[in-house]
Design a protein around this ligand. Sequence first.
Ligand SMILES: CC(=O)NCC[C@H](N)C(=O)O
Length: 134
Amino acid sequence: MIVRQLQEAEKTGRRIISPDGNWESTRLLLKEDGMGFSFHITTIYQGADFQMHYQNHLESVFCISGEGEVETLSDGKKYPITSGMIYILDKHDKHVLRATSELKLACVFNPPLNGTEVHNAQGAYELDAEPVNE
Ligand SMILES: CC(=O)NCC[C@H](N)C(=O)O
C-alpha cells in the first residue's frame, strides 16, 4: 500500500506551480506508482481564466471547494463549478476554466502524469515529461 500526506507532498517536487500564474497542483500519485492513473490536488487561483486541451490525456475533475465555470469550446456550453460537482473530459474536450473564487479540485489523469508537466502552447501535457525530484 502507498500512503502519502498532502501537507508533506506540498513541501516536495510534487508541488508544481504553473508558470502562467493560473494554478498549482500537488501530484500525490504518479506514473511511477504503477496504478495506471495519476491523482492530484489542484488549486486554481481566483480570477484565473484559461484554455486547456488535453490531447494526450483523459481527465476527471472533482470540485472540493470554490466556485467557477467550465466551458466546452466545441458547443459553447457553460457549466457552473461548485463543491461536489465533477466534470469528465471523456472526449479530450477543448475547454476554458474560470475561477470566480479560488478552486480546490481533485484531478485524475489517464494516462498518468510523470509529475513535472505544465501546459504547452495548446494547453496540453506532453507524454515525455521528467519524473518529479523529491
Ligand atoms: C483542472 C485542471 O486541469 N487544472 C490544471 C492542473 C491539472 N489539474 C494538474 O494537476 O496538472
